[in-house]
Design a protein around this ligand. Structure first.
Ligand SMILES: C[S@@+](CC[C@H](N)C(=O)[O-])C[C@H]1O[C@@H](n2cnc3c(N)ncnc32)[C@H](O)[C@@H]1O
Length: 256
């Protein structure tokens, strides 16, 4: 069963198991001729869905979601909230998180301590020579606009594929009037890393191995790759810096 599901996205597995748990619970109750309150039925569905999730190898943090999903649906239906509310909530989630269900890289932001440490890692100023920096998955542009302000001798680039964070970052950069800062709406996978002296990533554990192949293939000798919090399996960084911010972020640094 685990091998069968290994190729599917966790969100798809979770959905399939919810449907399966619902079918099995309703069928079981029909056969046994039991009648329960909808909330109890939903709880039984949730219990079965999280048990199946455990058996199919879903990560541990999925299990409470599996458990509470059906009861939450029943409770929300009882509140008689207009359906437009759910449509609006779905649209907001869509423009903020976009393809997170596939990429498994959600939006969360680097702290100011990370921005300041990145500033220290940038190449030293050299007269008449600009360096280049790329934030792959640039979110709402916090890293870029800070660095563009403190290092006017650098050109700062970002690529972001979620529409709302992208638009917010454009707005932020325009408002702050940083002529050395540029963001584009695209996937990081179609961005060539060769032109950049420093590449920064704050993603998730999921894409790190694939990203490492891209970094090795495209980044030029002498450039620096920095990953916030997520290491590359089997390829330890040259050094790491642990910060005293809220998340105790660790920056992993590779000199190419
Ligand atoms: C953890 S946030 C980091 C935001 C920002 N770099 C920072 O450090 O504050 C990761 C961002 O990567 C974006 N992202 C995920 N997959 C992407 C892809 N394939 N191409 C471009 N952006 C992506 C997400 O939408 C999210 O905004």
């Amino acid at each position: 069963m685990q091998q069968l599901f290994a190729r599917l996205l966790p969100s798809v597995i979770a959905l399939i198991l919810q449907c399966l748990a619902f079918l099995l619970t309703v069928l079981g109750l029909r056969i046994a001729n039991f009648q329960f309150h909808p909330l109890i039925i939903a709880l039984l569905c949730g219990l079965l869905a999280s048990l199946l999730g455990h058996l199919c190898g879903l990560a541990r943090w999925w299990l409470p979601i599996q458990l509470l999903f059906a009861p939450a649906v029943v409770l929300m239906l009882n509140l008689h909230i207009p359906s437009e509310f759910f449509l609006a909530a779905f649209i907001v989630m869509l423009v903020v998180y976009w393809s997170t269900f596939r990429s498994q890289v959600p939006l969360y932001l680097s702290s100011e301590r990370v921005w300041k440490t990145l500033e220290e890692l940038l190449p030293p100023a050299v007269a008449h020579k600009k360096f280049t920096f790329m934030d792959i998955g640039s979110g709402i542009g916090g890293v870029l606009s800070y660095l563009a302000k403190v290092r006017p001798d650098g050109e700062f680039f970002g690529v972001e594929n979620a529409p709302l964070p992208y638009l917010l970052s454009r707005f932020r950069i325009q408002l702050a009037n940083h002529p050395n800062c540029h963001v584009r709406w695209d996937s990081l996978w179609s961005c060539d890393l060769a032109p950049y002296d420093v590449v920064f990533a704050y993603l998730s554990p999921v894409p790190m191995e694939q990203l490492w192949h891209k970094v090795k293939k495209e980044m030029h000798p002498g450039s620096i790759f920095v990953s916030n919090s997520f290491a590359v399996p089997q390829h330890p960084p040259q050094y790491s810096i642990t910060l005293d911010d809220m998340h105790r972020s660790t920056l992993h640094i590779w000199h190419m």
